[in-house]
Design a protein around this ligand. Structure first.
Ligand code: SF4
Length: 393
């Protein structure tokens, strides 16, 4: 994985500070457009922008912090001296209780308490008659709230304009880019089967038990159960197997042996073999299709009877619990995973499952089912080698 500062240095920094600023602004507005289009995208974007803003605001000088406050037109006036004197003791009590020096800063703002929920929740502010007395150094909460509110409104407006006019006007130029960007995946390319990890149909069940992520285990199970998968599942699972190292001929054998039990091998050859060759770029446009990243799978909306999608996102809690138990995950690890799911951190939940089932930490995080598979294989091979070297000594 890359750290934020590495990425920043590689893509955003420029000798000319004006140019750096320019890139910052352009990238922000590009993302605004991409992430304005659904409630879920907007939520994600808001929380990322919020974190970034909080971080950056803290780094600014007091002077530019003040400038920004006046730019936001926050309707707060510093507390007049007489009023300050009246509550001074209370303020220094609060300051002491949160471990700050007893000498109270002299600039305070009096704001309706509901505007600084995080300060109230963590009891870091003096409250009286519905007002919170916020120190200059705590002002970041106010500014962040205002920032969030501004961006949120702007996103809704952008979305309105986008759907009303721009989307149609730009349907040949900008729209495909905007629609693809929120699903874009910038990790390694898993479209080419890696020769080192060729797999054969007879290995699939064993590999599913040890190394498939939950989404793919689930599809294999449904395939075995119904001897059929609908189109979405065939694509998602087929491309995953291809990326894991299943060759075209083996893929045809594998799918034929399942599907022919339901539809007969003649119908399989007529109706389904084509789409499998298609996945491998042997039919139609002859594009070599890439297996789906987690982001793409997570944002899918599987219908009734579909089994593709991400179980962390698309299963109910009970099913997810059962599926994880099935993988041998229980206790605290299980609760931790479900907690991540509640907070919509599906990929983190998957990463924690990987860690729990492999007994190693996975710092890069899971962002692609094929990455899950290859990381898992690496761990297992390393373990095998240790065992073998122990046996030979
Ligand atoms: Fe599959 Fe990714 Fe969901 Fe894990 S997070 S189950 S790899 S889609």
């Amino acid at each position: 994985g890359f750290s934020v500062s590495e990425l920043w240095k590689a893509h955003m920094r420029h000798q000319d500070p004006a140019e750096t600023l320019n890139k910052d602004i352009i990238s922000h507005f590009v993302l605004r457009l991409v992430y304005c289009r659904t409630e879920e995208l907007r939520k994600w974007f808001l929380s990322m922008e919020n974190t970034l803003f909080r971080y950056r605001f803290r780094l600014e000088s007091p002077e530019s912090q003040r400038l920004l406050m006046s730019e936001f037109q926050l309707p707060y006036k510093a507390l007049p001296h007489s009023e300050f004197e009246a509550v001074k003791d209370k303020l220094s009590q609060v300051a002491r209780s949160i471990g700050q020096s007893a000498s109270v800063e002299s600039v305070f703002f009096k704001v309706p308490f509901e505007e600084v929920p995080d300060l109230v929740a963590s009891r870091r502010v003096f409250l009286s008659k519905g007002y919170a007395y916020v120190a200059m150094s705590q002002v970041v909460s106010l500014v962040v709230t205002q920032f969030r509110c501004n961006i949120s409104k702007a996103l809704v407006l952008t979305n309105r304009k986008w759907t009303a006019t721009i989307k149609e006007q730009e349907k040949d130029r900008l729209t495909p880019i905007v629609e693809a960007l929120s699903n874009a995946y910038f990790g390694p390319d898993y479209s080419q089967p890696n020769d080192a990890t060729e797999i054969s149909p007879k290995d699939i069940d064993q590999l599913a038990r040890t190394s498939f992520p939950l989404c793919m285990r689930h599809m294999l199970e449904k395939l075995r159960e119904n001897h059929h998968l609908k189109h979405g599942g065939r694509m998602q699972f087929g491309l995953f197997l291809k990326g894991a190292g299943l060759k075209l001929e083996d893929a045809l054998t594998f799918w034929r042996s399942e599907f022919s039990q339901k539809v007969g091998s003649e119908r399989f050859d007529k109706e389904y073999a084509y789409s499998i060759r298609h996945n491998y770029g042997k039919e139609g446009k002859r594009t070599d299709y890439t297996s789906y990243s987690c982001q793409k799978i997570i944002s899918a909306t599987p219908g009734v009877g579909d089994h593709h999608g991400c179980p962390y996102r698309h299963f109910g809690e009970e099913n997810l619990r059962a599926a994880l138990n099935n993988m041998g995950v229980g206790g605290n690890a299980l609760e931790g995973i479900l907690d991540k799911v509640k907070n919509r951190h599906y990929q983190l939940a998957c990463t924690m499952t990987f860690e729990a089932t492999h007994g190693v930490s996975c710092d890069t995080g899971i962002n692609h089912p094929n990455q899950y598979f290859s990381e898992s294989q690496k761990v297992l091979q390393a373990k095998n080698q240790t065992v073998q070297s122990q046996l030979s000594t």
